[in-house]
Design a protein around this ligand. Structure first.
Ligand code: GLA
Length: 385
């Protein structure tokens, strides 16, 4: 929705004009998939696709939330903020408000309108964008100093407890801490991070959504998380580690005999993916985009064969991408089971790449993929209207 339209809608819904705009980003993840909850390093970047929240204080003891595509106002009474867990829409905001309050931030009544340009269920973290933008808006209205890393942690808690997804910290961290034209090398065990320029020379990243209908992603995600916990417990019987990511590929080889079946496969993905993250960051830093592309492909194959979170749509989309001249690598991003791929494509070849992959994907799958024009931006913005 255009800003003008959103401002008009705000006035229609709340009878007064909006005064502020808070935004938080969706994200891609260059590499490091399904390792954040295993203490690994991830390498995400914040996008121009974002959750825009228009707001103003209302002087009452209520937080009102509405969405541009629902046009219905949901009231969250501040005194009863813990009672909205089962809301169909508004539960993310209620969860963030609840945990903010628990962390000592006073809640101040306000009217908020959400206009999210991150496609839902796309693997680009629309939920993190909603959570983080809410955390920023409520903290700003509380008039307290805030730390964006803490807001990311509060947002993650809301996702874990209110949305029932046992996710790691990657998405909320990227949404809150993203920096224009940089990816964030984030150590999920310590939350230490480093911004690395995402400079790809004559190449760029193309984001494509396979458009597979969203189906039980949350429960399948939680199953994977359980499987790696089983692996960790087994290995801890013989080795003193706190997280799977602490194992090198060699060390994992020495203890692999303790694991079997899917548990062994899941753990192997985690350990090898962690190694790929370090290699990929080193390749990017020395400008070796060919090697970066190869590692993206390896990551996809591991997510397909060992972690088993791809599915025929993501496999098709990424393999069609790989066949295109000018494409150095392609992989699924996010939780998987649907959602998006990223591909590294020569800038001069992007148009043909999209045209060919779009057609071939439709021919193979029977419905179309979507391709997004993306750029890497700051995670959070706050402005007066
Ligand atoms: C989802 C989760 C993240 C992360 C990715 C997989 O996006 O929210 O915490 O686990 O899946 O890398």
């Amino acid at each position: 929705m255009e800003r003008k339209e959103a401002l008009e809608l705000f006035e229609r819904l709340y009878n007064r004009p909006a005064e502020d705009l808070f935004t938080a980003a969706g994200r891609i993840n260059v590499i490091g998939e399904h390792v954040d909850y295993c203490g690994g390093k991830v390498f995400p970047a914040a996008l121009n696709l974002r959750c825009n929240v228009y707001g103003r204080k209302n002087g009452e003891n209520v937080i009102r939330v509405a969405a541009s595509d629902l046009k219905r106002v949901v009231e969250l009474q501040i005194d009863r903020i813990g009672e909205y867990k089962s809301l169909k829409w508004g539960n993310y905001q209620a969860g963030v408000a609840y945990y903010l309050k628990e962390s000592g931030t006073p809640l101040v009544g306000c009217d908020l309108l959400y206009d999210c340009t991150v496609p839902f269920g796309s693997g680009l973290s629309s939920s993190a964008a909603i959570e983080v933008s809410t955390a920023v808006a409520l903290s700003e209205y509380a008039g307290v100093a805030y730390d964006k890393v803490q807001l990311a942690l509060i947002s993650q808690k809301a996702e874990n407890k209110y949305a029932g997804v046992n996710c790691g910290i990657m998405d909320q961290f990227a949404s809150a801490m993203g920096k224009k034209d940089h990816a964030i090398l984030l150590d999920c065990a310590t939350l230490d991070y480093e911004y690395v320029p995402l400079q790809l020379g004559e190449y760029c990243i193309v984001v494509a959504n396979c458009n597979k209908p969203h189906n039980l992603v949350e429960s399948k995600y939680n199953v994977r998380r359980h499987e790696v916990e089983v692996a960790l417990k087994k290995i801890q019987e013989v080795k003193k580690i706190n997280a799977l990511a602490e194992l090198s590929v060699k060390e994992f080889g020495e203890v692999k005999y303790l694991l079997s079946g899917v548990v062994a496969k899941r753990a192997e993905h985690v350990v090898t993916e962690c190694a790929r993250v370090s290699e990929a960051v080193a390749a990017l830093k020395r400008g070796d985009i060919v090697e970066l592309g190869r590692l993206l492909n390896e990551s996809h194959y591991s997510l397909r064969d060992l972690y088993e979170v791809t599915g025929k749509e993501l496999d098709m989309l990424s393999s069609l991408a790989r066949k295109e001249t000018g494409c150095l690598g392609s992989r699924m991003i996010g939780a998987g089971f649907g959602g998006c791929t990223i591909s590294i494509v020569k800038k001069s070849a992007v148009e043909g790449f999209i045209r060919h992959v779009d057609k071939a994907y439709f021919d193979a799958i029977g419905y179309r993929a979507s391709f997004y024009e993306t750029s890497i931006e700051d995670g959070v913005t706050v402005s007066k209207l």
